[in-house]
Design a binder for this molecule. Structure first.
Ligand SMILES: [Zn+2]
Length: 237
């Protein structure tokens, strides 16, 4: 009986540990994951997950253009295929495009073939949209365990997570003002801000974007793309 109990406890601990590793924003088993960079310079990266979508893409591009801010869009392959013109506009406006998988499934306990197909198919679509820069990867739901980090590390692809996720910590009906206040309160030099703005249900996040930009600019922050942010990483000699 004691043995059964101990085995149960060990299994529980292992499952718990695997869950922690799969969900960590700062650690993965292979390769590099970045959730923010270490710098004293007041630079931050705005990152938008999912999409592209019709209509909203134009709106967010207008907001960013008006504010003269470059951001990073982690797009889904499936939606890139459907809305390639929207993705082309993102690239044309000088923003960075990252890979957010093809079908947005949790990439945990998936085969190497599945992972390869998901990432390569989306990378091709990103290039088809006219984006020629380095393509970083953001795992759907931030989830990764063995195969995904292994594939990324073998292919020299950096995982980009985030350190500011207002939507997760606030009520789903949080107002644009509440979202903006959360971001402004928690942001640090080198932060990576995650927002979802592409779908109608995320209208408050979309409307928070100009507030966040104005507030942070007022505090001396500059908005950069993920690539530019990575270049600011303090070199530890
Ligand atoms: Zn997503």
């Amino acid at each position: 009986m004691k043995k059964v109990f101990l085995t149960f406890i060990v299994i529980l601990l292992i499952v718990g540990l695997l869950w922690l590793v799969s969900s960590s924003r700062t650690f993965q088993l292979f390769g590099k994951i970045v959730n923010r960079v270490d710098t004293d310079k007041k630079v931050v990266a705005l990152t938008f997950d999912d999409g592209p979508a019709k209509g909203v893409t134009d709106t967010i591009l207008e907001i960013l253009d008006k504010e003269n801010v470059k951001a990073t869009f982690f797009l889904k392959g499936k939606e890139l295929e459907k809305y390639l013109d929207e993705a082309k506009n993102i690239a044309l406006n000088g923003h960075e495009i990252g890979n957010h998988s093809y079908s947005h499934k949790r990439m945990v306990f998936k085969s190497m073939d599945f992972i390869t197909e998901e990432i390569e198919r989306s990378n091709k679509l990103i290039q088809k949209a006219g984006y020629n820069g380095t393509i970083y990867f953001r795992p759907p739901y931030g989830k990764k365990l063995f195969m995904l980090p292994y594939f990324l590390s073998e292919n020299n692809i950096t995982s980009i997570s985030w350190d500011i996720e207002a939507e997760t910590h606030l009520d789903k009906n949080a107002t644009p003002d509440e979202i903006s206040k959360y971001v402004v309160k928690h942001v640090k030099p080198g932060s990576i801000i995650l927002l979802h703005v592409m779908y109608p249900s995320r209208i408050n996040s979309l409307n928070a974007v100009p507030l966040i930009i104005d507030e942070l600019k007022g505090r001396g922050y500059e908005f950069v793309t993920v690539s530019e942010l990575l270049n600011e990483e303090r070199l530890i000699l």
